[in-house]
Design a protein around this ligand. Structure first.
Ligand SMILES: Cc1ncc(COP(=O)(O)O)c(C=O)c1O
Length: 367
């Protein structure tokens, strides 16, 4: 049996044909397919505008350039991939780590406490962790009451999340995500001003208008080359057609795990939720210490099941510790780090593999 990883792309002949078609055409980088992809993502997420970029980290970087100024304080979660808070550092702003709730997402109650204490906080960067939509009412309330900007990192949740109240939402199309473009990302917004800024930042900060000389362009800000190719966008468009089906499969697997783990000490992170995109299926077990947990990962690996942990608290990374982070009080995150791990979940995970995973999990944990 081949090793089973926690996530994997689902690519079929239609996807391959769509890519080949663009490779056989005149334009292979950011062109008509990118425009079409942006249109469909905007529709899918109920946003007015979308800018497709080279990856989810680039989306966060450009989002941060559009929203933040140097030294701005930003409330964010320790339970994410590094890129979420790194993007705050990229622009010289300051992440402030807030503990998480039982479902793995940032605790909005604690965010409000911080906002009450410190009226210089400028933004909240939240992650729709594992694919579960964030509570938009709470976010809208915090945005309105404390006049903060909102960025939702929706890297896990395409299909289940919408533009909502956020100023900017970002997406990743890395192969493990719910749809893939190989590498790729997108930024959505309802603001025309932000949209135009993002378009320019994606392309070296260049602006070209109809009244300019034929060869002319102006560089008005320090931008980047974060363009995405048209053959990646063709793949993305083909994948988007299957998104509903992918989500259905993910939810079926989540349901199967829920049922199979009943009456065991292995507890899913939250009750079965048919609004979650189930990018991740996180469970918790009362490990005594990290050594016991590491041994369990190794035992599972010997049986061909490569588990993952989402995530190591970002504020505990050496780079962040050197910046003075790491001593925040985050008891829920600390416990989460000890107890949690992610089971494999992706559309082409077979029923036999799902059964094999549960059987081995129970054996390795004597559950
Ligand atoms: C929550 C989150 N944010 C951002 C990213 C970065 O996306 P990318 O790998 O496309 O740069 C990821 C990807 O792993 C992610 O999971």
């Amino acid at each position: 049996m081949k090793p089973i990883y926690y996530g994997k792309q689902t690519i079929d002949k239609d996807d391959i044909d769509a890519v080949v078609q663009v490779l056989n055409s005149e334009l292979i980088t950011t062109g008509p397919k990118a425009k079409e992809f942006e249109k469909v993502i905007a529709k899918q997420t109920n946003a007015r505008y979308c800018v497709a970029v080279s990856n989810g980290t680039a989306a966060l970087h450009l989002g941060s350039l559009a929203l933040l100024n140097k030294k701005d304080k930003v409330l964010t979660t320790p339970n994410s991939f590094l890129a979420t808070s790194n993007s705050i550092l990229y622009v010289g702003a300051k992440p402030v780590f807030v503990d998480i709730c039982e479902d793995g997402s940032i605790d909005f109650g604690l965010c409000e406490k911080e906002l009450k204490k410190d009226n210089t906080i400028k933004a909240i960067y939240a992650v729709s962790f594992s694919g579960k939509p964030l509570n938009q009412e709470k976010l809208a309330y915090l945005k309105e009451k404390y006049k903060v900007k909102i960025l939702c990192d929706n890297a896990h949740s395409i299909g289940s999340t919408f533009q909502g109240c956020s100023d900017i939402s970002t997406y990743s199309f890395h192969p493990v995500k719910n749809i893939t473009t190989g590498e790729g990302g997108a930024i959505t917004t309802n603001s025309k001003e932000i949209y135009e800024k993002l378009l320019s930042l994606r392309n070296h900060g260049m602006v070209k208008t109809d009244d300019m000389l034929p060869w002319e362009y102006e560089m008005t800000s320090l931008g980047f080359n974060y363009r995405i190719t048209d053959f990646q966008c063709a793949l993305g468009l083909s994948q988007l057609k299957k998104l509903d089906n992918f989500l259905e499969k993910r939810r079926e697997i989540a349901k199967f795990y829920h049922d199979g783990l009943k009456n065991t000490p292995v507890k899913p992170m939250y009750d079965y939720d048919n609004t979650s995109a189930y990018h991740l299926f996180v469970v918790q077990y009362p490990f005594e210490d990290l050594e016991q947990k590491a041994q369990f990962f190794k035992d599972m690996q010997k049986r061909g099941i490569i588990l993952q942990l989402h995530y190591i608290p970002i504020n505990q990374q050496p780079y962040y510790k050197d910046l003075g982070y790491g001593n925040e009080k985050t008891p829920v995150m600390d416990k989460y780090y000890l107890q949690s791990f992610s089971l494999p979940i992706y559309p082409i995970l077979t029923k036999e593999e799902q059964k094999y995973i549960l059987q081995n999990l129970k054996e390795c944990l004597s559950a």
